[in-house]
Design a protein around this ligand. Structure first.
Ligand SMILES: O=C(O)CCC(=O)C(=O)O
Length: 232
């Protein structure tokens, strides 16, 4: 499926690969696999993550808006190198659990892309969310693949195209997609998604049970990082 009509709002409800746009930065692609984990696997991994991952609240000042807040979700991090976004720094943490390593290996095979970090997000209820943003830190490199597993409550994943004037511009006429993410599903963002699109998990009005998200990414080793800017 190809998108990119002005002002459209669409839902992505079926597993598949979707090219959302194409442009000077390349194609922006989403892969959705709604049943990546079997229901039993997803139940076991969800329980494991709740019991084993050191989820904590973090205070952050967003670089793009300057807003300071306690992030409205709990976060846990594992990675071979330190990861910094906005004013949060996660020091390297190499003691991955077996379960998180197994998922990483399955994902690496599935998407043919190396992964050396996982950010866990625990959305406790309907008020927890992640605001619109792109994962465009230079340490992920140009056009990274980012693989994201959902466990627990189904939540909506939003995708909106960055306007021509840049990330702080007017989104009212830009393409917008909503993707429901069920227990055990996988979303992969590929190509120019982190430069041409933003994503979010919004608050919900209905009551929500907890949801855990595991976002796997490749962090370029510090001594291999080229000089880059976020403008791409
Ligand atoms: O919870 C999700 O599915 C998305 C998480 C996310 O966007 C992030 O951690 O950057």
């Amino acid at each position: 499926m190809a998108g990119d009509e002005k002002g459209q709002v669409k839902e992505i409800l079926e597993s598949g690969e979707y090219q959302l746009s194409t442009g000077p930065n390349g194609d922006s692609i989403i892969l959705l696999v709604r049943d990546f984990l079997s229901p039993t696997e997803a139940d076991d991994i969800y329980k494991h993550c709740l019991e084993e991952m050191p989820f904590e609240l973090y205070k952050n000042t967003r670089e793009d808006t300057g807003e300071t807040l306690v992030e409205p979700r709990k976060i846990a991090w594992y990675g071979d190198y330190t990861y910094t976004y906005d004013t949060i720094t996660h020091p390297a943490k190499k003691e991955w659990t077996e379960t998180l390593i197994n998922i990483r290996q399955r994902l690496e095979k599935k998407i043919d892309y190396k992964l050396n970090s996982v950010l866990g997000n625990l959305y406790r209820d309907k008020s927890d969310m992640v605001p619109w943003h792109s994962d465009n830190e230079p340490e992920f490199g140009v056009n990274p693949s980012i693989a994201s597993i959902s466990l627990g409550e189904e939540r909506r994943f939003g995708l909106r195209k960055v306007p021509p004037e840049g990330p702080l511009g007017d989104y009212s006429n830009m393409p917008l997609y909503w993707v429901p993410l069920p227990h055990g599903s996988l979303v992969v963002m590929k190509g120019a998604m982190q430069f041409d699109w933003q994503h979010c998990i919004p608050k919900e009005e209905r009551e929500c049970q907890p949801r855990i998200n595991l976002t796997y990414r490749w962090l370029i080793p510090p001594d291999e990082r080229p000089m880059q800017t976020k403008e791409h």
